[in-house]
Design a protein around this ligand. Structure first.
Ligand SMILES: Nc1nc2c(ncn2[C@@H]2O[C@H](COP(=O)(O)OP(=O)(O)OP(=O)(O)O)[C@@H](O)[C@H]2O)c(=O)[nH]1
Ligand SMILES: [Mg+2]
Length: 216
């Protein structure tokens, strides 16, 4: 069967649709990677920086801007997903509970979800909700790539120290399949590393042998 040999082009990302609930999501086939994290962490900004499209997904100074699950297609079978921020408290309790329920529903039941990019403001990494997400991902065998965002807010030295601290803390908790990097959407730093990780997750495996190797 022919496989796509050309690498995924993030600049050709197209908005597909927004969904409030799981049944409104696009068909659950192919592969997708979701950008998750506390409200205001920089999820939408990271997707815009990655795709080089400043207006692909909405950014605001008002936390809670992304209220729906937004899907972007990269190819016929690969998608990026911009999730609403979790832990956002400035809406009514009922509304917050409804968002959290829909988000949990997506995370637990979406079969094409292959991995998470978990974003944390580099000045406030590893809050309790982030640990909950990391714990849940580990239990669900979902790999996670952490972006320590807004790294432009710290100098290079302090940013690297924070990265090392985060890596150390993750090793201490014995969680597998978690990687981390620093990132700045404003300075466009860390994009190559993120692109590389997403390609590994989203591109079809081209190394599968055509012929069966007989053993014995
Ligand atoms: N300094 C700096 N600010 C950033 C960076 N990335 C995002 N921001 C700012 O952080 C705020 C939130 O960014 P968003 O991308 O909307 O964050 P989000 O995680 O999508 O937020 P929700 O949709 O509310 O969950 C905006 O004011 C951005 O301009 C960055 O790399 N550097
Ligand atoms: Mg957003």
């Amino acid at each position: 069967m022919p496989t796509t040999k050309s690498p995924l082009k993030f600049s050709s990302a197209l908005f597909m649709r927004s969904a409030a609930t799981l049944p409104q999501c696009p068909p659950d086939i192919g592969s997708e990677v979701a950008f998750a994290g506390r409200s205001n962490a920089g999820k939408s900004s990271a997707i815009n920086a990655l795709t080089g499209k400043r207006k692909l997904t909405r950014i605001s100074k008002t936390p809670g801007r992304t209220r729906l699950i937004n899907f972007f297609s990269l190819s016929t079978s690969a998608r990026l997903v911009d999730l609403p921020g979790y832990g956002f408290a400035k809406v009514s309790k009922t509304m917050k509970e409804e968002w959290d329920r829909n988000l949990a529903d997506y995370l637990h039941h979406r079969r094409s979800l292959k991995a998470l990019v978990l974003l944390m403001d580099i000045r406030h990494p590893l809050r309790s909700v982030d640990w909950q997400m990391l714990q849940w991902a580990a239990e669900s065998n979902l790999p996670v790539h952490i972006l320590l965002t807004k790294s432009d807010k710290l100098g290079h030295g302090p940013a690297m120290n924070t990265l090392q601290e985060v890596q150390k803390e993750i090793r201490r908790r014995d969680l597998d399949n978690i990687s981390a990097q620093t990132f700045s959407a404003h300075r466009n730093t860390g994009i190559d590393e993120l692109t590389e990780q997403l390609r590994q997750w989203l591109e079809p495996n081209e190394t599968e042998p055509d012929d069966e190797i007989s053993v014995g």
